[in-house]
Structure formats: structure tokens, C-alpha cells
Design a protein around this ligand. Sequence first.
Ligand code: HGY
Ligand code: MN
Ligand code: MN
Length: 405
Amino acid sequence: MAGSVMERCELLSKLSEEPHVLTRPYGSRAMGEANEAVARWMREAGMNVRQDAVGNLIGRYEGAGGGTFVLGSHLDTVRAAGKYDGVLGVLVAVACVQRLHVRGERLPFSVEVVGFADEEGLRFGTAFLGSSVYAGLFDGRLLDLEDGDGESLRDAVLNFGGDPEALARGAREASDFLGYCEVHIEQGPVLEDLGLQVGVVTSINGQSRVRAGFAGHAGHAGTVPMKMRKDALCAAAELVLEVEKAARSRPGAVGTVGEISAQPGAGNVIPGEAFVSLDLRHPEDEVRGRLRDHLEDQTRKIAAVRGCEPVWKAHQEIPAARMDPQLSGLLGRAVEEVVPAVHRLPSGAGHDAALMAARCPAALLFVRCERGISHHPAEAVAEEDVEVAIAVTARFLELLARDRA
Ligand code: HGY
Ligand code: MN
Ligand code: MN
């Protein structure tokens, strides 16, 4: 089964909005094609398939009793992504349901496999759009956000065949969810360093996503004396280095500026406006909040010294999420029945499990990835590690079923 999962990851990696690299943003043509391919595999695995109001792909394998256990991950990607971030978790889940289907087995609960439509937030800067709708936690204020082409999230949802007004109504009763388990590449070096194939995640760091910037004064690059300039890009450059310095000085914190833009964007024009994306993370929400507030204060100070106006748009606050100890304990037992040792570790990367943890018990299984590389075309996993992930997830479902029989 791992071989077919790897082949399917390879196939999905060709469904991209950009030539030569994998870029599959929310609501894109490539996203629609990926949903079609995965929907086909879900049907072959005996599932009924639907798309919800935001475009999450949901395969349902009916059980013999009540309640729904959810497996899944995301099908969107970052820009110039790797082949396994997100899709591996969806395809391992489909493989586990396929095993049940082939044997004609039914569990005492239904299983839903979800391919979330947007976890990375590449297009609108908001992480977990898909799982926030599925978990009934969507913030309607996001509908007015615009992408780089000026299209609103509301219109993007409509154009993707969704229903923006229904997004806030997304989830079913919390009682319906028995729990959630996600399989995801580690995106870090720990498992490889320990020589382990899989690990059980204890908690997921919280995130702050901000769009910050400066409004200065555009001007002629050749004639405006340096001391008279209000150069927005120089102000932004100061903030970028302050993000790095502030994050370095706080143990456990990470701070990243992944995007920077300058307007009007001509070589011989002093930038009148400049914007940066801030991605701030820490295991403790209070520490992350203080880091964010410090940088907001620094933005104001840099602006004042340079005669610019500060811009600070806090897009999203995602709290740190603890994985459910009981469900993670069961997942750990499944691991120990497949490989010699179970290792528990925190996640610096965000995952849909962080959103689902607000609705139901959630667990997360990490799979070793080569040199910890991710969000990069060189992202790689070993087929034998995927085989272990399938075996662990299948065993986990069996243990769950036994507990509920
Ligand atoms: O950014 C993250 O942590 C995840 O890959 N979306
Ligand atoms: Mn990612
Ligand atoms: Mn991911």
C-alpha cells in the first residue's frame, strides 16, 4: 500500500499552478484537479465523497455504529512545495480505509477522511481556512481579505463552487466527532537524528500571522537627498532584522518574514510603501503575545524615526494546542505494536490537528522526513516509513474500535 501512496503523492505533485515547481493554492484550478483525483481514490476505497462549503474534500466510510472518527490533512501547498506536506496524511488515511473496504470490514463508528482545502494560507495569509470551517471555528471577518490579485476570499470561495455565507455554519454537532488523527511529515530533523521512523506529537506551537508595513514617500532616486527621504523599504528592512533579533532573544521562539513587497517597485523610485509578512511562533501563547506586541511597538518606533506611517494588520492568532493525552496514548500503543519504540515530541509546524483539537480529542503522528527538509522541492520520505505510518494508523483504528465495541 505504501507504494501506491508514494505514486499518488508523485501524481498530485504534478497538479500545480506553476511550471517546474509545486504550488497549489486554495481555490486554484490545480486544487480542483487534486480534489478530483483524491475523490476518485476515496470512492475506490468505498467512501461516499462530498465537498463542503469551503471546498474541503470529505470521504465518508459508514460504520456499524454512531459517531464519526476523522482522519485527514491538507491538500493545498506552499509555493515551490515538497510532495508530501499535507497530501501524505490524506493518502495514508485513504489507504487505511481501503484496507477496511477490501476486507468488507465496518468499524463501530464511521470514518471521515478530509482533504482540507487550505491549511498553508498561501493565497490569503490565513492558516487553517479549511479545518476552521470543518471544525466550526471559521471567523467570518476573513471573507473580506484579498489575495495578491485583489480577489476577496468571499469571491474565491464562490468561484471554487463553495458558499461563503455557509462557512460559519460549517461544523456538525461536536458530539458527532469522536476524535481526529492526522499523519504528517515531521518537517524537522528530530526523528531522523534519533533513527526513528515515526513519533507521537505532544503539542503544536501557536502562531501569530501579521501583515506589517510602512507608508513613506515615493520620490526620484536621483534627486531626493538621503536626509530628506521617507524610504518605506529601509524602514521595513529595519523591522525584518528586528524580527530576527527579537525571536533569537526569546528561547523557543521563531520569527519569520517570508514575504516583502515595495511599491511602486521601480529601480529608480524611492519606495513609498513597503509591507512584510510576520510569522511568529512559540509553545506558550503568552510569550508569543509579548513577542508580537514588542514588534508592533518597534514598527511604530521605526516609523516615527523615519517619518513614515506604520501599518500593522494582525491577520490571525492561533493558540498553541495540546494533543489529547488519551488518544495520543492509544496512538503510542499502536506505534509500539509496529516499531520497537515510541518517541513523543512537540511540533514547531502548524497542523490542522491544532484546529480540530478545539472541537474534539486530537492526535498527530509524525513521519520521518529526509534531513528534516520541508516547504522545499527536496522534501522526501522513505517508502518503508510510509508503510509503518499506514500500519500504525490501521492498528490505531483497530484499537479505537475495540475500545468502542
Ligand atoms: O506553516 C506551517 O507551520 C504549516 O506548514 N502550515
Ligand atoms: Mn506546510
Ligand atoms: Mn502541512
